[in-house]
Design a protein around this ligand. Structure first.
Ligand code: UDP
Length: 330
């Protein structure tokens, strides 16, 4: 297949580009490089620097190639920032996605795989969370992802657009080759922050809440390795290309959770140096427990994650950060 990967210079996009090529597919990346890195795009993969808000540029790219499918990662992803700058999030994530949908149906109606998030569920009592749990996002970020899911479905109904939605749980880790990894301009993710703290770039780790109704009092999340997540995209796009599982939505997680303390213990074990920890107040909007019911993607697409051990996951993140302490600047 020949694939357009929108947002392919970002963290998850760049790992997916790599897994797509390993599976024998040809890739073109479209990215505005607002948070992605040209260095994360492998040599030989064309990089079109364009913004989804520029609908003509998107159409031109689609017209210039005979793509078989599009994978769409491009989005602003910070929950806190989305609450402070909603216009930016609705414009970039919703209008940008609308432009992409319009460009696809007006040029070449190929299948679309879309990056969504467990944030569409909000706080829920369901443990683990199935795909048909109530959708009650608690942030503008989650809202923009849910709106985009619904737009995509409307394009499927109106124009027959084939699609797959993947709702990610907590994505982490890095390619075992340690040459690409997480390098967001603003760091908020637990494992990345812990690795940078272990490198001495930060003084200590704050634990946001130790009074949750969980066994050790800290929040539980379903950590999925970025390379396993990338493989889920390969499975999804190949199924769509074969005309299977069209218009499906899948959780991507492992169906098991680790607490903040367990993650920090794994980081200590991998780095060999215990981090200084401090209890901090709960972070607004953090549900106590978010664990995927991942049975649908396992049954329908044959998702078979390889990184099940927390230490293995942390090891790949650590290898990336210690060899690239300043991300792609190094
Ligand atoms: N967390 C923490 N300290 C940090 C960063 C995160 O205690 O410095 C906690 C956070 O409150 C949540 C979990 O770690 O319970 C995972 O947070 P992250 O930001 O990595 O992912 P999210 O679950 O928000 O997508």
């Amino acid at each position: 297949m020949k694939l357009l990967v929108v947002g392919g210079a970002g963290y998850i996009g760049s790992h997916t580009v790599r897994q797509l090529r390993a599976a024998g597919h040809e890739v073109v990346v479209l990215d505005n490089l607002s948070s992605g890195h040209a260095q994360a795009v492998p040599p030989g993969v064309p990089l079109v620097q364009a913004d989804l808000l520029d609908v003509d540029a998107v159409k031109e790219t689609l017209k210039a190639h005979q793509f078989d499918a599009v994978i769409h990662f491009a989005a602003l992803i910070e929950v806190g920032e989305s609450m402070r700058a909603p216009a930016r999030y609705y414009r970039n994530n919703v209008v940008g996605s609308l432009n992409l949908l319009q460009a696809i149906v007006e040029t070449r109606k190929v299948p679309l795989v879309f990056s969504s998030t467990a944030a569409v569920y909000g706080t829920t009592d369901a443990v683990p969370i199935p795909e048909d749990a109530p959708l009650r996002p608690e942030s503008v970020y989650g809202e923009t992802k849910l709106m985009t899911e619904r737009m995509i479905h409307a394009f499927h109904v109106a124009h027959g657009l084939p699609y797959t939605v993947l709702r990610y749980f907590n994505v982490c880790g890095a390619a075992p080759t340690a040459d690409i990894g997480e390098a967001h301009p603003n760091k908020t993710h637990l494992i990345e922050l812990a690795a940078l703290t272990a490198l001495g770039q930060r003084e200590k780790m704050m634990i946001f809440g130790e009074d949750y109704p969980t066994p050790d009092g800290t929040c539980i999340r379903d950590y999925v390795h970025v390379q396993d997540l990338a493989d889920a995209h390969v499975l999804a796009v190949e199924a769509l290309h074969a005309g299977q599982h069209v218009a499906a939505t899948y959780n991507v997680g492992l169906g098991r959770g680790f607490s903040v303390r367990e993650v920090l213990d794994a980081v200590d074990a991998v780095t060999g140096t215990p981090l200084t920890r401090e209890t901090a107040p709960r972070r607004a909007g953090d549900p106590p427990r978010l664990v995927a019911d991942a049975s649908r993607i396992v049954a329908e697409l044959g998702f078979a994650p390889r990184f099940t051990d927390l230490r293995d996951i942390v090891q790949t993140a650590w290898d990336w950060h210690r060899t690239h302490p300043h991300g792609f600047q190094e």
